[in-house]
Design a protein around this ligand. Sequence first.
Ligand SMILES: [Ca+2]
Length: 203
Amino acid sequence: PFQYDSNAQCVWVITAINTNKVSSPSKICSPRGATTMTDGLSLGQRWVQLGAGEVIQINFEEFDLEIGYDTLTIGDGGEVGDPKTVLQVLTGSFVPDLIVSMSNQMWLHLQTDESVGSIGFKVNYKEIEKESCGDPGTPLYGIREGDGFSNRDVLRFECQFGFELIGEKSIICQENNQWSANIPICICMYQIFYYYYFSYITL
Ligand SMILES: [Ca+2]
């Protein structure tokens, strides 16, 4: 992770060039913090090996922006900032498991205000098959039923004995290549009280 700068405007565009290569993201940063931002992305970048993919999948290893004031907007295609193409506007520390574009391009736009930074974000990106939402993984201590990640595929989740499921029991891959929800989490019964307690005090 990196400490991002205040008053920064940064843009990255990720492009799937052909069936086995994703371009290095092009990036424009202004007015300050250019080098920092580049480092932020390159830290998490992963090159796609091979594949017949045509859309871009990203997932965040780390994410924390000053909630409500610093935002990362993610959009489909190459028209940076076009409101019609916005997929997600992220702030704070809650992020989707995966975000997938519908075209072969995805843009990321970081905007920060004049004060208070945070750790920033670390993102991995790769190319996946089109009309797919990508593999969201399986919850720790959980069991997943279903292994299709294409549009209209459904994944169902259960937790191992002694663990309680928090979140959605099933999720569907929507036509816009986004899962209908994050995968659930499985937590030990004893920890449930603390989970809700801490959720409460952090709100
Ligand atoms: Ca800020």
